[in-house]
Every structure is written in C-alpha cells, then in structure tokens.
Design a protein around this ligand. Sequence first.
Ligand SMILES: *Cc1c(COP(=O)(O)O)cnc(C)c1O
Length: 588
Amino acid sequence: MPEDRLITDSLIEKPLVAYFSMEIGLDPGMPTYAGGLGVLAGDTIRTAADIRLPLVAVTLLYRSGHFFQRLDANGMQSEESVKWIVEDFLEPLDARARIEIEGRTVQIRAWRYLLTGQSGFQVPVYFLDTDLAENSEWDRTLTGALYGGDQYYRLCQEVLLGIGGVRMLRALGYQQIGRFHLNEGHAALLVMGLLEEERGAQGAERPVTAETVDAVRPRCIFTTHTPVPAGHDQFPSDMAHRVLGDQYWSWLRLCGQDQVLNMTGLALRCSRYINGVAMKHGELSQSMYPGYPVHSITNGVHATTWAAHSFKALFDRHLPDWRRDPLTLRYAVGITGSEIWEAHLEAKRRLIELINHETNEGFDVNVLTIGFARRAATYKRMTLLFHDLERLKAIANQVGRIQLVFAGKAHPHDYESKEIIQRVHQIHEVLRGHIPMVYLPNYDMVLAKVLCSGVDVWLNTPLPPHEASGTSGMKAAMNGVPSLSVLDGWWIEGHVEGVTGWSIGDRVEACLEPTEGMDACHAAALYDKLEQNVVPCFYKDRDRFIEIMRHTIAINGSFFNTHRMVAQYMNDAYSVVDSYFGKVIQHE
Ligand SMILES: *Cc1c(COP(=O)(O)O)cnc(C)c1O
C-alpha cells in the first residue's frame, strides 16, 4: 500500500478537523445556505476533499429551504421556501444524539452528504435534523428554516449545532478529533460539549474550572466574519440560562458570559487561534478584541467551482496543473490576449442570452456590461451607482454605452433592504432609452457563476469598513473579470490600479469620514473612474483591457482561492504537523 494511502486512511479514523457552520452551500439544488458565509463553507469543504484533508463538517438540515425570491412588477420581493427532496441528496443515518432545551430532551438524527474531491477522497458533511416523531411539534421545527424565527428559536438552533453537533460526532464514532473549527460564532456552544467531555475524562464529577477551559482551548479555532459589533449574535442572560440550564449557564459564566450570552465573546475566550477573513478585517477585529491575538486569513473561492466552462478549457490547455494547484494560475501571464478574450466572450454570450431570454431587454454582447449582485444589505449600497442619474446617463451617452445587471435577495424581515431592491428596480424606467438595465430574481450559486463570469466589470460599493472580505469579486477574478470597487475587504489586497481593476476613491483613507457626505464622495469617485478609465479602456484600448483581465487571473485568481486559504488554515490555525504527531502548541 503506498505510504500516502496509509496516512490518509489512518487520518480518516482520526479526522484532523471538525468544521462547524450554520450554513453550507454544497450543491445548488440544496438550499441550505443564505449567502457568502455558506458558499465559503462549501468552497472550504470542496478544497479539503481535493487536497485530501481529513475533515468532517457539521451543519443543520433546513427542510424549508432558504428562499426562492420573486419580484413583482414594482420590484417588491416576496419569498417562498424552496421545496427540495432531502432524500435525493442526503443519506439518513441510524445514529442518534440528544440535547436538552429548557429541560426537554430533543432527539437528533443526522443525514450524510459525501463530498468527493478531484482525486476521489471523500469528506462527510453531517446535517443535524430534529424532525422526528419522538420530538414535540415545536422541537421538530428547529431544523426548519435558516435564520428564521426569533431570538429564542435562533438560540435553540445554536444549542443544536454546537452541543448537538459534538454529541452527534461522538455517536457517529468520531472519538478523536484534533481541531474544532468554528465558522463564525454561531457554533460557539460546541465548547460546552467539549467541556462536558473534559469533565468526564477527569473522572465524572470533578467541577469544571478555568483549567478545564484551558484544556479545551488548544482544540478550537474561531473565524469571525463580522466587522461591526452589531452583527454579533447575542442572547439575554435569562433566556440563555433558561434554555441551557443551570450547569451550562455556570460554565458559560466561567467563560466570561454574564449579562448576555455573546457568541463571539464565548468563541474568543475558548479558541487557540482567532482570525478575521481579510487583512484589514483582522486588524479591525484586533482593535475590537484587544485582549486576544487576532490573525488574518483572507478568504478565497474554489477555483474549479467558479471558473466558467470556457475558462476551465483555457486553463486546462495552458496550465494543466491548475485544478490541483490553482497557484499555477500565476502563469496565466503567458496566455495570449485573443484566447482570454475568446473565453470571456463565450461566458459573456451565455449571460446575455440568459438576460434576453428572461427579460427581453435586448442586451448587446458588444456593450460594456457591469454587474452587481449580492445580498441587498444596506451597507452594500446597491444604489450608489444611481446617486447622480444625469451624470451616469451622460457617461453612457458621451463616453461609451453601458448596460447593467443586478441581482440579490433581501432577508425576509429586512424591509429596508426590500425597499432598496424596489428602488433599483424603479430606476430601470428612469434609464430607459439611455442604459439598458435588468434586475434578475433569485440570486443563488448558479446565477452567481453566470453573472460573475459573464460581465465585463464587477462593481462593489460597500460602506467601509463593513465588508469583512467579500468573495464574489474573487469569483469574477477567477474568470478574468476585473473589479471596480471601494477599497474595503479583500480588494485592499487584490487591487493594483489599472492592473487588476480600479478603485473607487484613490486611497484607503479617501472618503473615510463616516459622514452623510461619504455616499456623495464615493459616487463622484465612481463616476470619475467610469468616465476617465473604465469605459474608455474598454472601447478605445481593448488590448489594455485584456491585459487587465490577464493580470486579474495571474495576480488575483492565483491567490484568492480556497486552496491557498486552506493551506494557511492548516499551517497557521490547525498546526497540522503538530497535530499529527500528537503535539499541541499554544498559538500566540
Ligand atoms: C459568492 C456568493 C455570495 C457572496 O458574495 P459577496 O461578494 O461576499 O457578497 C452571496 N451569495 C451567493 C449566491 C454567492 O454565490
């Protein structure tokens, strides 16, 4: 047996990492994700399978799938839960675990999804499910909806994910797991599950103390994704005490939770390695949590998932190793411009055909196409491009034609974001005759791929510092599509002016005072860039535009991928080598 087999086989018995995430985007047909966090989790797991990293993942099963978006004639969003046949994707397992919620016992079962990597290695993903006849009607709905219900429902789901997840892994036979990765604070209660085991290991009824917490910490890794305190999960102490019971509540107090249960606080207190998801986000998190060392590991995207068909073929021809090692995309500098443009046109035609088929807006493949698609959260500023409609029209009429494609869902309870979608929708009428524009409904992974690869320029206008990382611009980069973006999140690292795309605002500090003037300032900078750089470059200097596309692949595609990201997690966060040889080191 080759040595390689021996090592991986023994590690499957003893998986290195258990990855916990409230949402995971595995298959476009499985509506178990809402947005960036879930897609990142999916890309992480796809990479683990490709590189044969022994990892198991845990999440919840959402029977009422995260939602199908309809837009009426006025652009008003309505939601339907996505119906899906669980059995078509997942295999039910016999193992059972249980948790206590407010003193009630809730039975849990698990469903398994086996994700197969490029070389045949499989990573199991376990979906926890409480929809069992033994459970009360209410408890059965616990695995109903992602981010649905009230705070109480959410807390119960987090008890299920964290404590239920640890217990289920044990019930499935995973006795030795070296690392527990908390993908966002939602999973922080897994620490309670580990404390419980630690107590058991020390001889039944030894009290849990600060030393017990210290014994658990070397196994936990926490990745925070939220750059503003308001984004963190918090629960009132009386609710947390009631739901979790006296014992867990006393342990939580030991972990610094008192007035409220703050999932980020709990995760910080109990993790050996803490990181933000881009350089600046790590620094920002460090200033928010001065008592803990916070590192940065910048997000990425899974290269073969996000490269369009035509780019896969192009890379296969020139960089035959790119699927196994996306770092070789660095050598895209040697691909001719005409081949890159041909591959791009194929992806672009696909998008234009989709748009014309769905909307009859008469999009033209020769016209500069700008894309914007993301969750319609306020901070993403979906309407920034429309700050001064006369100026925008003037650019299109005098400098060069443009056409715009938008997409994105608003959270069902987020009425402000729904209004933003309506406003974007209405601008369509105002621009009629000047700038063709569409808002495509039901943004999901499938549409994201067509959009990110099919537009000429990917637009991003977040209000700094709210974009922790952002990943859709990386998906675009994987297809040679440059970004035009505010300098926030990953773009601070990916941006080289006129080489990998363009900034909105020249310096990071520009426009940074948080005043009402910021929108106006960023909008003016956006129009300037379109007028003086992007539009003229596209129409009058096509060779240079293609040069930018080439650098986008070589500089950004080669780096902002999950193969690089997971390698960093292995080296810096999991300390793979130490773990394999049974050593545990404290990371400072
Ligand atoms: C990639 C992706 C996102 C995240 O994009 P951001 O740029 O981080 O906002 C959200 N939703 C879907 C469907 C995606 O594919």
